[in-house]
Design a protein around this ligand. Structure first.
Ligand code: HEM
Length: 212
């Protein structure tokens, strides 16, 4: 009964605008902190780290949609998935821009010199590049154009992106020998991935010859 009320709330007309506003809160916080000069001694670093963490958090929320939908029967969650996916891309783009413009002052020579010194950046860049086709094909017209099966296949790349994001995070923190947060996200993404793989096997077993 409690779960049914949650499902009704997810399907209510206010749910989408509410999630939209909630997902914009980190951005609102950074803009207001910038305005008040309250981002600490190194605002560029605070923004770069904050946007990186929020990209990862959004990615985890997006990956949670399918398990919650299947396990709790909250099918209405499906209508939030596209928006959540676009927010992952949005925060990754802000993170990339924070790196290019704030960390590297838009100097391409500096960026080209920085990447060999900090190769974890290349892994982040790869994760971002993989997000681009997912964002570009997140519209109904793209599903019709590609066909549902090919579209689903492409969008499974989100799991690979999550692993690259973890590697990026791990590698960056390895330099500082600080793994607490990395372990937390690795555990969450590990569980979500295990669920995905297990779920596919169960479905295949139930309906031989089908794949999703
Ligand atoms: C899906 C894409 C990405 C995700 C999920 C992601 C996530 C993260 C996370 C979680 C951090 C650590 C934040 C912290 O320590 O609190 C981080 C740091 C960083 N990321 Fe990304 N990132 C992504 C893409 C990129 C891209 C495209 C670039 C640049 C080309 C980049 C450059 C950096 C840099 C330079 C740092 C380290 C900042 C420092 O040393 O303080 N990331 N990222």
């Amino acid at each position: 009964m409690y779960f049914a009320s949650i499902h009704r709330a997810i399907g209510a007309p206010f749910a989408k605008p509410l999630v939209f506003v909630l997902a914009l809160l980190p951005l609102a916080y950074w803009l207001s902190a910038l305005w008040k000069d309250a981002l600490g001694a190194n605002p560029a670093e605070a923004l770069l780290r904050g946007t990186g963490l929020w990209t990862l958090r959004m990615l985890c929320v997006l990956l949670l949609v399918s398990p919650m939908r299947e396990a709790m029967g909250w099918t209405a969650l499906a209508r939030l998935r596209r928006m959540l996916g676009l927010f992952v891309f949005f925060y990754a783009l802000v993170h990339l821009l924070a790196y290019v413009w704030l960390d590297q002052s838009g100097q391409w020579e500096d960026i080209l010199g920085d990447i060999p010194k900090r190769p974890f950046i290349l892994v982040g860049l790869l994760a971002f590049l993989l997000l681009v086709p997912l964002a570009l094909t997140s519209f109904n017209a793209a599903i019709r154009w590609m066909g549902a099966a090919r579209w689903r296949h492409l969008h499974r790349a989100v799991y690979g992106i999550a692993l690259l994001a973890l590697l990026h995070f791990f590698w960056m923190r390895a330099g500082k020998r600080n793994f607490d947060q990395v372990a937390l996200y690795a555990a969450l993404i590990g569980v979500l991935l295990a669920w995905r793989v297990g779920h596919r096997f169960i479905r295949r077993g139930a309906r031989p010859g089908t794949s999703r």
